[in-house]
Design a protein around this ligand. Structure first.
Ligand SMILES: NC(=O)c1ccc[n+]([C@@H]2O[C@H](COP(=O)([O-])OP(=O)(O)OC[C@H]3O[C@@H](n4cnc5c(N)ncnc54)[C@H](O)[C@@H]3O)[C@@H](O)[C@H]2O)c1
Ligand SMILES: [Zn+2]
Ligand SMILES: [Zn+2]
Length: 374
């Protein structure tokens, strides 16, 4: 079949993308669904900084690629051998495919799935397939999702069935921003009531982490960003204090507010210098959660002795340490119960044609999440 998709052929085009147009809308051929594969009609696809990082060269991937990894849609056809999904099911995509049988999947850590990570790095589905092509040339998949396409082929291990009443513009956000941010707060950090929390970087992911901290009944929640508009959003979502890191030193302000540092600092700016600041802002025995995905060459610099002498912890969080089949339904229930105002993360809905301008806006930090509606 044919599908219109936004394709990235070349990284590191100059900004603004509205002029250099790194993403090109093309009509592609889409094969399948083969055995064990699922054809999904895309309904919503979000613009996340991890897509922007592929476009600007911070997250090297093979080209040409159909980007997009935060998405939701409707199952249209299933290949032979697919169980648990059928046409008309509404689904949210996870961005790390899980195989169900590697040592990580077996230990209940599907976000670390080994074949899933290998497939994502190679830009193929976990069964090795590439289903997009144009004039016989194969195109790469992004994270087993490729959300910026009217239709896609995915594996069941990338899909979570949801109730059909949830509007797609909100359903989409659970696939990355909410799983990543809220999952980091609730799963990775496992924030306990009254603990003090700082969140550095208030995009869709950081704001979802802040919501998670609030849902865990954290005590002080200190939100840090360079933009006052983001600090205002954070206040509405439950931040008790805000710091503009352009105007004051966030480490000093946080230590002052908390009499020595926070229990938990979450880094969601995607910058190793900010990760070091987050670490410095934790108290003795405090924990730093790294969500951001800086360029692979960037190193973290911290005073090593403080790890031992202050019993500090740094831990990574990928896809919010979620088990998607467990956590997506849980987070949707919390949304319906008013505990996670996920709808507040949505700044705008846009069309596929506006994708380059959308990434300009994300780069400037003007928006939390924009969702392409198909
Ligand atoms: N670990 C995961 O599973 C996972 C999943 C999705 C996204 N990510 C990563 O998380 C990060 C955030 O993603 P997003 O989509 O929310 O990004 P975003 O661009 O929407 O938000 C980033 C925010 O950080 C702020 N910021 C930039 N520099 C800062 C500084 N020096 N101090 C404080 N704030 C600063 C920006 O103003 C912006 O508000 C990215 O690195 C992304 O790649 C990780
Ligand atoms: Zn993402
Ligand atoms: Zn696995």
């Amino acid at each position: 079949m044919k599908t219109a998709a936004a394709v990235l052929h070349e990284i590191e085009r100059p900004m603004p993308y509205a002029d250099s147009r790194p993403m090109v809308i093309e009509e592609l051929d889409l094969d399948g669904p083969g055995e064990g594969e699922v054809l999904v009609e895309m309904k919503g696809a979000g613009l996340c900084h991890s897509d922007l990082s592929v476009i600007n060269g911070s997250r090297p991937r093979p080209m040409p690629m159909v980007l997009g990894h935060e998405a939701s849609g409707i199952v249209r056809e299933v290949g032979t051998g697919v169980r648990g999904l059928k046409p008309d099911d509404h689904v949210i995509f996870t961005f790390i495919p899980s195989c169900d049988h590697c040592r990580y999947c077996k230990e209940g850590k599907p976000s670390l799935c080994e074949p899933g990570a290998e497939a994502n790095n190679a830009g193929v589905l976990m069964n090795g397939a590439q289903r997009f092509s144009n004039k016989g040339r194969s195109y790469f998949h992004h994270c087993g999702v490729s959300g910026y396409s009217q239709y896609t082929i995915a594996l069941p291990g990338s899909l979570v069935k949801i109730d059909s009443t949830l509007p797609f513009e909100y359903a989409t956000l659970f696939g990355c921003a909410v799983m990543t941010g809220t999952g980091a707060a609730m799963n990775t950090a496992n924030i306990r009531p009254h603990q003090t929390v700082a969140v550095f970087g208030l995009g869709g992911v950081g704001l979802a982490a802040l919501m998670g901290a609030k849902a865990c009944n954290a005590g002080q929640i200190i939100a840090v960003d360079l933009l006052n508009s983001k600090l205002e959003m954070a206040k509405k979502l439950g931040a008790t204090h805000t710091v503009n890191a352009k105007e004051s030193n966030p480490i000093e302000v946080i230590k002052d507010l908390t009499h020595g540092g926070v229990d938990i600092a979450i880094e969601s700016a995607g910058n190793s210098t900010v990760l070091a600041q987050a670490y410095e802002s934790t108290m003795r025995g405090g924990t730093t959660i790294a969500i951001g995905l800086p360029h692979p060459d960037h190193k973290l610099s911290i005073p090593a002795v403080t790890l031992s002498a202050m019993e500090k912890t740094i831990t990574g969080s990928y896809q919010g340490s979620c088990v998607p089949t467990r956590d997506i339904p849980k987070f949707i229930d919390m949304y319906h119960a008013g505990q996670l105002p996920v709808d507040q993360l949505l700044t705008d809905t846009i069309s596929l044609e506006d994708i380059n301008t959308g990434f300009d806006r994300l780069h400037k930090g003007e928006v939390a999440r924009q969702v392409i509606l198909f």
